[in-house]
Design a protein around this ligand. Sequence first.
Ligand SMILES: [Zn+2]
Length: 466
Amino acid sequence: MTRVLLTGGSVLDVASGEARPADVVMEGDRIVAVGTGLDGDEAVDCTGGMLLPGFIDCHTHVCLPATYHEDDPLDMPRSARALAAVPVLRTLLRLGVTTVRDAWGADAGLKLALERGWIEGPDLFVSLRQVCTTGGIGDHWAPLSGSLDLFGDPSMPDPVFCGADGARDVVRRMVRAGADWIKVTATGSMVRGTGVHDVQLTAEEMRALVDEADRQGRRGVMVHAHGARGAELAARAGARSIEHGTWLDESAVAAMAESGSWFVPTLSTTHGDPDRRPAAVEAHRRAVRLAVEAGVPVAMGTDNPVRPHTEVLREIGYLSDAGLGPAGALRAATLDAARLLGLADDRGEVAPGKRADLVLLDGTDLDPARLEDRIRSVWHNGRQVPAAPTGSGRVAGERRGDERPGSGRADGEPPDGERPDGGRPDGERPGSERPGGSERPGAAPPDQRAAPDSSAGGAALNGTTR
Ligand SMILES: [Zn+2]
């Protein structure tokens, strides 16, 4: 097997946060050696760069851009939902994101398509739907029409349940359709502004979800919770991760620390458009600080398309600023994310035996600001990710909105704050944002660069999701 030598650069040890000059040798899909003076059959010059493990987004929604950016989602054929993920996945991979956990919206067929190589993208773990009790934010129902489920099909089972038996049943439905994770909503939606501090399920229901998911192949439960009480209840029931956690307090983080629950803050939901809800920005930063002080482990997740998927790496900067620091934020996006997903034996570090998911950045600075401008190359499973085809632009028919910074409708939580009516109350048109210009100083030539695809998920949000 060909030994590929990545030579002349530095390697970031994400566990310690230290970068040292070192070579890396890949063979097949594995890293086989890290050190100085190594050799190989083929060499890649990494001079002036730093190798990191591939990034992991533990909370994204790769299929939602299409549904949520159309004027009338009811006009969309079902296949469009999955096909809209194709440019999103390609973009994420080119930005160095080699593993993602989809927090609902993607079905198991998309995962199959990636595994079979029909499409290009990160390794994908799916939750299918966000399960909830009657009237929760995954319950697509409107007083006028009754059920109006934009997502219902056999591969996306009914997510609504009631009672402990119902909780076990909904887990079994999801597992039957291929869910890797169980996603549940414990509070209402910040975007819709209702029930954010309510606790929308009982401790008994939560315990049943966790127990059943665990019995079904040791699956974990990821919990949408803005208010502290919903997060605390979920943590005490053994939830694997608390998502958003905008208003976590001392008691909630103590419960999380005690139970070993992870925190995936998804700061992009509040920090992507900080003027929109300044109080939530402050609360969110406090939540991260409290969690870190209490020893709650933190992993990176964006909740995109709350922001365009092209902005995925900005979450690392938000985490750094919120108290993790540059090294801590990079660890949250790599090794710690792998730990949350139960994959740390396989990936998350540049170390012998680990999967050859690698990002080559320009320079050795750990500062996570504008990381996307520093991506020189990406390897996924030992294979170099192809650069964007010359002249690739938006997909046909994609509309483009206002490109002012912050023009994206960072509404705090669109994907999870789903609405059943498909309406767009403010009449805003969807937009898309291209990643920075076609030439970046110090970046690799266009034919070698793992450039993001501007057609992907760049669309801003619309009212459908608020
Ligand atoms: Zn979400």
